[in-house]
Design a protein around this ligand. Structure first.
Ligand SMILES: [Zn+2]
Ligand SMILES: [Zn+2]
Length: 82
């Protein structure tokens, strides 16, 4: 258990952290995975034009997780590290 926690900590500290030029949110670099992504989000910040939700995940949503809209869910901007 303790070993697992230590390993997790080491992996987290390996990830570089910066800020997105477009939205000012913290972004994280995953070297072997998606590259730069928004913290708690994805490469793109997605925006729902129906309910105003913004967010994202690695791999991106096909439907708004808040209201279920799929046609008016757009990519707002690509992650832009400083
Ligand atoms: Zn951003
Ligand atoms: Zn929505």
């Amino acid at each position: 258990m303790v070993m697992m926690l230590l390993k997790l900590k080491m992996e987290q500290s390996k990830n570089k952290v910066a800020t997105c030029k477009r939205c000012g949110q913290p972004i994280v670099f995953y070297p072997n995975d998606a590259g730069w992504v928004h913290k708690d989000g994805g490469v793109y910040v997605q925006k729902c034009l129906k309910c105003g939700w913004t967010g994202g995940k690695v791999g991106s949503y096909q439907k708004c997780p808040n209201c279920g809209e799929s046609k008016r869910l757009i990519d707002d901007h690509y992650v832009q590290p400083h």
